[in-house]
Design a protein around this ligand. Structure first.
Ligand code: SAM
Length: 253
């Protein structure tokens, strides 16, 4: 990441969001919808070594080490990382480094981790092959990757038939990987976050091509707690495709 041209497309916006990012991590959509689905895919964390890939401000890295793991957090955004560094300043269970996942994680050793956790970051990355090649290299045989990312069916429908004002798309072509931005701002300010949508096979092929097998797929569900916290959103999500898809991949022994 030596120049702005080479920075990940979402870096500037996450630098901008870093100060208020815990409003997102503590929202109902994360805590009562996405996280329970991710948690259901996690192995026992006690005593294992975890890479939190695109750790953001370290909110979920902290969850992981609270369950007995040690962790390395990497992220491309210096501002998000500075919050993670602050969070773990006196905590030797966690090390934090700046890295672009598409560079193959040269700062990390081969076969060093039991688990990679990658929550809500791959949707900002166009090509996943190098990312999974890096995950494969740094995981020990028998290691796992747990990913949450945007759901390809909802992404396609929202891009092709944008009903929510925040989706900034003209039209979509299902088989393609396409940039579809979202505006997370309010009526006073714009905050355009760049995303990529992809077909369903795009969730799996980059991992399969890099030696992983798919162990389990979970789609988050609308619970009573989520409905109570955010009734309008829950109504939209109850009968339609989920916002996210969560997958556990295995590096075979
Ligand atoms: C929605 S946040 C998720 C952060 C954290 N995983 C969480 O669940 O709260 C997306 C994160 O992905 C990071 N990111 C995006 N593209 C990246 C890349 N190519 N390499 C490393 N981090 C990236 C962003 O900087 C941001 O911190």
């Amino acid at each position: 990441m030596s120049s702005d041209e080479e920075s990940p497309i979402s870096q500037a916006v996450y630098d901008q969001l870093a100060t208020s990012y815990d409003d997102i991590t503590t929202s109902a959509v994360r805590e009562q919808y996405e996280w329970p689905a991710v948690q259901s895919l996690l192995p026992s964390l006690d005593g294992i070594h975890v890479l939190d890939a695109a750790c953001g401000n370290g909110f979920y890295t902290e969850r992981i080490v609270e369950c007995g793991a040690t962790a390395v957090g990497v992220d491309a955004s210096p501002e998000m990382l500075s919050h993670a560094q602050e969070r773990f300043a006196d905590d030797d269970r966690v090390e934090v480094n700046q890295a672009d996942l598409t560079d193959g994680l040269p700062c990390l050793e081969d076969d060093a981790f039991d688990l990679v956790l990658c929550q809500l970051a791959l949707e900002h990355i166009e090509a996943w092959e190098a990312v999974f090649a890096g995950f494969n290299r740094i995981l020990m045989p028998g290691g796992q990757v747990v990913v949450s990312t945007s759901h390809p069916v909802r992404d396609y429908i929202e891009a092709e038939y944008p009903v929510r004002e925040q989706i900034l798309a003209e039209e979509a072509s299902y088989p393609e990987i396409e940039q579809v931005d979202r505006d997370w701002g309010d009526e006073d300010s714009e905050c355009v976050v760049p995303f990529y949508r992809r077909p369903l096979a795009g969730m799996f092929d980059p991992a399969l091509n890099n030696g992983f097998v798919v162990e389990q797929v979970v789609e988050p569900v609308v619970t009573d707690a989520f409905s109570e916290a955010t009734p309008k959103f829950a109504t939209v999500l109850r009968d339609g495709p989920p916002l996210f898809i969560c997958v556990r991949y295995l590096k075979p022994r």
